[in-house]
Design a protein around this ligand. Sequence first.
Ligand code: PLP
Length: 396
Amino acid sequence: EVRMSEWVDRVLPSPTAALESTVAKLQREGQTVHRLGLGQPDFPTPDRAKQAAIQAIEDNFTGYTDTGGILSLRQAVCDSLRKEMNLSYEPDQIVVSAGGKQALFNAICTLCREGDEVLIPIPYWVSFPEQVKFAGGKPIFVPTLPEQGYKTTPETLAPYVNESTRILILNHPNNPSGAVYSTRELLELAAFCQRNNLWVISDEVYSTFVFTPEKFTSIAAFPGMKERTVVINAVSKSYSMTGWRIGYAAAPQAVAQAMLRLQSHTTSNPSSIAQKAALAAIVGPQNEMEPIHNEYLARRDYFVEAVRGLQGLECLVPDGAFYVWVDASYWCGRKLLGRMIHSSDDLAAALLQEAGVAVMPGTGFGSPTHLRLSFAVSRSELESGIAAMEAILGLK
Ligand code: PLP
């Protein structure tokens, strides 16, 4: 056995990446797979972004750039944060990274000391606890209730706070639950963080996927919060650019400069070509995304009804992101096609093997009785996935 570092020993493989590779393998073997598990938009990258990347190559814009991203992109991020979120940052407070994931990693490694406790409301995105563990911190999982829309509150967080608690990771809109916080709820959380002297890492990569009439608000926008918040966002989901790997962090200057230092010794700048594409996406006309937004909304409404019709599956209507967080506890402890189902991992395996439907078990998101389904796929894919699930689960 190879003796490896304690750092790498601390982290588990990413279950979302594992599902992606299982599905790809089944498809290579010629199997039909209904992909309802993965978190990536099926719409193409906007043309203006593609053209900007082609132009960048033709202009030989192919060398290293500033570690934290080209100034024009950091400036565009500042302009967009000001316009969309009422947040005012300077370009030297922005660090552009290889996706939101690296931006988060930089933020967690910068803020978290060995032994620091980090509050992570359940359900959470799979990488939060792994990155915290990698950084030497201790993930503290805080349950939420479906009656409260799976949202965290000062009352539920308070018992988990002690003198080692340093950070709250807020993912809003939430992957996997789709929870969107109201202004009032954010204000209460903001006051809580100030009272307890906590940093907030606010993962806002789904900020453009909000289906309520209330506009998205960042927790950083409340008085006194910008100083203790690192805002994370990316072009990945909002502009259908997951493969381009461009995300960013906006932070108080000292934190931004420390993240930059870390990045300067790991990846350096993210791809120069992808940066030009992201710039074009961010500065271009934003209303182009409106029909796409409406399509997501229509898919959500169809999908939630259809999922609720299936035997043993319950879900709330997600207000944001593009996932449905399905309570499948009915199936846990029952048999399905002669297989004993202990947890949603078994259920997901049965759905994949018996029905050719790929869904994410909730275990990696903090709940072994839930499934995460995604409606970032075409209507026909949703319909055929539902039909395949119905064939083995049955209707209510
Ligand atoms: N944060 C959340 C909540 C996500 O769901 C994802 C991607 O699935 C990311 C961050 C990472 O995004 P990126 O592809 O930009 O690294």
